[in-house]
Write a protein that binds this ligand. Structure first.
Ligand SMILES: Nc1ncnc2c1ncn2[C@@H]1O[C@H](COP(=O)(O)OP(=O)(O)OP(=O)(O)O)[C@@H](O)[C@H]1O
Ligand SMILES: [Mg+2]
Length: 509
């Protein structure tokens, strides 16, 4: 069964002269024109806070434009809610899942179908069709919160397609995916395109743009600076320049530093989290960056948990800065820094930027009493040194763009010069310039004598920063390579070894 694709020849979805001023006065969009043609993959680029998510939330009916209009297939429409958008064939999959975590996948789909006006009698058949097009299989009876993020995302794409989406908006969709899952997503996008579905693809990852996008639009501070350009004609470097102006220099290459005393020593460690972690020996010395590569879910969480004191080992010894960590407070209080992989676990979105900063910086080793004046000056320092763009100290963190939330988190962990930094995907969701900036901060920290345990699913990041690379596979250290030997091929080989097929596993409908 084919879902009707409509007879649209001109733009399928358009924004014309869209201005968005948020209730607190932030001007996120300053008169934006955007057009999506049938059957195209249209990448939307721009630095953190440029207005990408805002524009798409408007096109998806989640928020209303202050001025300007939306057109679907040439006709002016007013979306009062996402329900209106879905019924017009526009769907959006956010960076973080929107399914109800405590319900099953199927229950979530039924909710969505009923608001999209899909007759439930057709639901199974449409879903089967969507599975055929995308190649995605999802376990329909599984409870959402028990599924990995990638599986939830696939379920969200499936339900949108099954509900008749002709426009699919993906906001940084690969942030939480393994390389294999990314491959699966790209295949699905190509097939959806062949079935007449248009895709808006928001990302900071330029190689992905080169691979998947037909055209590119670039936003900068709420304005369009390039419209519908050909990414391959322009090249990645030019795109990056369009996004951020001048590009900062890359971090100094590692190596040649004098190493200090060990700041992390693990011996004979066995621990159990979601899987069993076994580490015979792992040492990080002051002045070095030890990169940890691996397909996500191969023991990274467990390793990080053991180091920062969140997970108690069953056997073996762990010494962090000279003593075994007794909980995460103890770890931080002793001069450890921690950038967790999911910033929403560290930030309180409803609280202000200043309060979050104080929380992160001082909670474990600070003055007992913090005056508002101290909060403001802390905020100003972090905002200045780490380039956090916020409306002011008292703006709720939830209103910052994703990238600015991440900079706040990174800044608050680097501010007190930790002697050991555990950083998990520290540049996730950051734009090109900020990524390079944060990487230089991390390199600089090691330069000044701190040890860094860098856990990242971004191999380029690992290769750029690490003195040595440890590869995790099924909870074990499959190998530790010095930087001269750490080629993508060798790391890939250690990572692989017939690991789970990532992309489309699980039970089908
Ligand atoms: N609900 C909100 N209330 C007030 N300001 C907001 C709100 N959401 C976003 N903003 C602000 O609007 C601007 C654009 O934010 P937006 O989230 O659209 O950026 P983005 O391009 O998606 O950035 P990123 O790459 O970091 O996700 C930013 O200055 C942001 O702080
Ligand atoms: Mg965004």
């Amino acid at each position: 069964m084919a879902v009707a694709v409509g007879e649209c020849r001109g733009p399928l979805l358009e924004a014309r002269g869209v201005v968005k001023v948020y209730p607190d006065g932030v001007v996120a969009l300053r008169g934006v024109d955007f057009a999506l043609m049938p059957g195209e993959v249209h990448a939307l680029l721009g630095e953190n806070g440029a207005g990408k998510t805002t524009l798409m939330r408007i096109l998806y009916g989640e928020i209303r434009p202050t001025r300007g209009e939306i057109r679907v297939c040439g006709r002016r429409v007013v979306f009062h809610s996402t329900r209106d958008a879905i019924r017009s064939g526009v769907a959006m999959v956010y960076q973080h899942p929107r399914m109800v975590p405590t319900l099953t996948v199927w229950e979530n789909m039924v909710l969505y179908f009923s608001s999209a006006g899909v007759p439930l009698g057709e639901a199974r058949e449409r879903l089967r069709w969507a599975q055929e097009v995308t190649g995605f299989e999802v376990p329909l009876e599984a409870v959402v919160e028990e599924l990995p993020l990638g599986a939830v995302q696939r379920a969200e794409i499936l339900r949108a397609l099954a509900a008749g989406a002709r426009v699919l908006i993906l906001d940084e969709p690969t942030t939480n995916l393994t390389p294999l899952e990314v491959e699966g997503l790209f295949k699905a996008i190509r097939n959806m395109k062949a079935h007449g579905v248009s895709v808006v693809y928001i990302t900071h990852r330029l190689p992905e743009v080169m691979e998947i996008a037909d055209v590119v639009t670039v936003l900068r501070r709420g304005r369009v600076v390039a419209s519908r350009v050909d990414p391959r004609g322009l090249g990645a470097e030019e795109l990056a320049r369009l996004m951020v102006g001048e590009l900062p220099p890359p971090p100094p290459r590692p190596g040649g530093r004098r190493l200090g005393a060990p700041v992390l020593v693990m011996r004979g460690v066995r621990a159990r989290g979601r899987l069993e972690l076994v580490v015979d020996e792992l040492v990080v010395r002051g002045g070095e960056v030890l990169g940890v590569a691996g397909v996500e879910g191969n023991g990274q969480d467990e390793l990080v948990g053991v180091v920062v004191g969140l997970l108690e080992p069953l056997e073996g010894s762990v010494e962090v800065l000279g003593a075994p960590p007794r909980g995460v407070r103890d770890y931080l209080g002793r001069g450890g820094g921690f950038i967790p992989g999911d910033r929403r676990k560290a930030l309180v979105l409803s609280m202000s930027v200043a309060e979050n900063a104080a929380f992160l910086v001082y909670a474990h080793r600070g003055p007992l009493l913090l005056t508002p004046g101290m909060l403001v000056s802390l905020y100003e320092r972090i905002a200045r040194e780490y380039n956090v763009v916020a409306e002011g100290p008292w703006a709720p963190v939830g209103r910052l763009s994703g990238g600015n939330q991440q900079k706040l988190l990174v800044g608050s962990q680097l501010l007190l010069e930790p002697r050991l930094l555990v950083a998990v995907n520290p540049t996730r969701g950051l734009d090109v310039a900020t990524t390079s900036y944060v990487r230089r901060l991390i390199a600089g920290l090691a330069e000044r004598g701190a040890g860094v345990l860098l856990v990242s699913s971004d191999l380029d990041e690992i290769l750029e920063l690490s003195d040595r690379v440890a590869v995790l596979h099924r909870g074990r250290v499959a190998g530790i390579l010095p930087r001269e030997e750490a080629t993508p091929e060798r790391i890939g080989l250690l990572m692989g070894g017939g690991v789970e097929a990532g992309g489309t596993g699980g039970k089908g409908a």
